[in-house]
Design a protein around this ligand. Sequence first.
Ligand SMILES: Nc1ncnc2c1ncn2[C@@H]1O[C@H](COP(=O)(O)OP(=O)(O)O)[C@@H](O)[C@H]1O
Ligand SMILES: [Mg+2]
Length: 242
Amino acid sequence: MTWFWKLTKVYKLGGRQIQALSDVNLKVKKGEFVSIMGPSGSGKTTLLNILGCLDRPTSGKVVLDGVDVTKVPEGELYKIRRHKVGFVFQNFNLLPYLSAIENVELPMEGTGKSKEEKRRKARELLKLVGLSEREKHRPIRLSSGEQQRVSIARALANNPAIILADEPTGNLDSKTGYEIVKLLSKLSIEQGTTIVMVTHDTSKASLAGRILFLSDGKLLEKEKQGTHQKALTYPSCSREVQ
Ligand SMILES: Nc1ncnc2c1ncn2[C@@H]1O[C@H](COP(=O)(O)OP(=O)(O)O)[C@@H](O)[C@H]1O
Ligand SMILES: [Mg+2]
């Protein structure tokens, strides 16, 4: 289980304070596919960065796959990131001078796997995302959709508990973007990977099991059946905290 409780984030910029998240509560079950929508500046990236241990909350509790990451010392957070989180970005962030398979192997550096093990795992993942025929290609020789598939395979390299995807279809045409979201959906269903995806696109968001809306740093949930919106409150979550 991954959850937030009373999460707030305040950025200090010069003399100004920017409240990016206020009192956000969220529970994501293992294997769930959640999409987050919201206007620009509503706090979506801040929320993903905190969940992915790239940033710390100002206050509140963050439990990532059962680990209270707010208690993990700064110097140890990289281990949590490496083993529990896979990131997928809008602009793919592949290394241009490495082949597809080398890009997928990269997060496995320093994990104690042999060269052969890394290669076997990367090959398996490229097959999973439908790119077995492209393993030697450098990013420049791949289409945008293929590059995003490589980045999804890379995100899966260390068997993360959760995949965080920040506007993964933002640089793709509509059809390719749809295929990428379908691939994420397949991973959550078939591999039990938990996925939190930020998107601007309602039709893509609706492929997820749940849709959440961020508005001015506050989280609202849209029930999949119907248009009812409610503020998220989790009494059961408060019991867990006590
Ligand atoms: N590093 C930062 N320093 C100061 N303000 C920031 C920083 N990152 C984001 N913000 C501000 O926090 C708010 C939420 O930003 P962000 O999470 O990037 O929103 P979104 O991803 O929904 O567009 C915005 O007002 C943004 O300007
Ligand atoms: Mg953003």
